[in-house]
Design a protein around this ligand. Structure first.
Ligand code: NAP
Length: 248
């Protein structure tokens, strides 16, 4: 994979899967911009780490649910690097509860980041991809978006929506040299899953044929493939990185 002369934007790229994606793209030559809702010094720490690895990186405090903040980030990337070739819509949150007990604000917050956020980021970046008639959009969904999960009706709804969006977008932008695909991870070792109770983690593990949780790097490799020129004839698809948890 060679991303020399390419620019990637990875949302929620400060840690976890987003950081692994930024690393893999950067290690293969891409200039990488990450945005996150963490305090500026935390994002700068990540950017410094990426730079130590020889990656040309920039970091932004910007919330994917805030249209004006995303607009400003995209404008700054364009002013600095002149283009965006790859957009990875990675930012996502969970706020788990059984549906009957789910608070209105927790339903809304998960959909806001997981769906509305993808809308703002894609809308903004797409304008520049269309001008250059080239682009790779990769949306991070989840195995839960396909199979559902107790306590995650909000999250499953958001992640299923991502798949419908990806397919529709793929059809619309195909004539413009732009592809749109999704990656649906299963259970991956990150801060998001560390907060699950041990018995829940154990129950899920029993359902994974490969009998282990995935690593962020393993998701990042699938994203990088879809982002590469080698994946030019793949669009509207979902790569499942889940140890066999769901087989479609
Ligand atoms: P994570 O460790 O919680 O990282 C998510 C990142 O997104 C964090 O850096 C977070 O910022 C950032 N973020 C949250 N809300 C944001 C917003 N409004 N605007 C910008 N950035 C925001 O999660 P992860 O496990 O790496 O998950 C990454 C993606 O993979 C998510 O879409 C998740 O749903 C999906 N996924 C994860 C798993 C899994 O098992 N881990 C499985 C399937 C799908 P802060 O650092 O400030 O909180």
């Amino acid at each position: 994979m060679d991303f020399e002369n390419q620019v990637a934007m990875v949302t929620g790229g400060r840690r976890g899967i987003g950081l692994a994606i930024a690393q893999v793209l950067g290690q293969n030559g891409a200039r990488v911009a990450i945005n996150d809702v963490a305090p500026e010094e935390e994002i700068e720490k990540t950017v410094e780490e990426l730079k130590k690895q020889g990656i040309n990186a920039r970091g932004y405090v910007a919330d994917v649910t805030k249209k004006e903040e995303i607009k400003a980030v995209v404008q700054d990337i364009i002013n600095t690097w002149g283009q965006i070739d790859i957009l990875v819509n990675n930012a996502g949150i969970t706020k788990d509860a059984l549906f009957v007990r789910m608070k209105d604000e927790d339903w809304k917050a998960v959909l806001e980041v997981g769906v509305q956020g993808i809308y703002y980021c894609t809308k903004e970046v797409l304008r520049y991809m269309m001008r250059r008639q080239y682009g790779r959009i990769i949306n991070i969904s989840s195995a839960v978006g396909v199979m559902g999960n107790v306590g995650q009706a909000n999250y499953a709804t958001a992640k299923a929506a991502v798949l419908g969006f990806t397919k529709s977008l793929a059809r619309e932008v195909a004539p413009l040299g732009i592809t749109a695909n999704a990656v649906a991870p299963g259970f991956i070792n990150t801060e998001m899953t560390k907060k699950l109770p041990e018995e829940v983690r154990e129950t899920w593990l029993q359902q994974v044929p490969l009998r282990r949780w995935g690593e962020p790097e393993e998701v990042a490799q699938a994203v990088a493939f879809l982002a590469s020129r080698a994946a030019g004839y793949i669009t509207g698809q979902t790569i499942h990185v889940n140890g066999g948890l769901v087989m479609i």
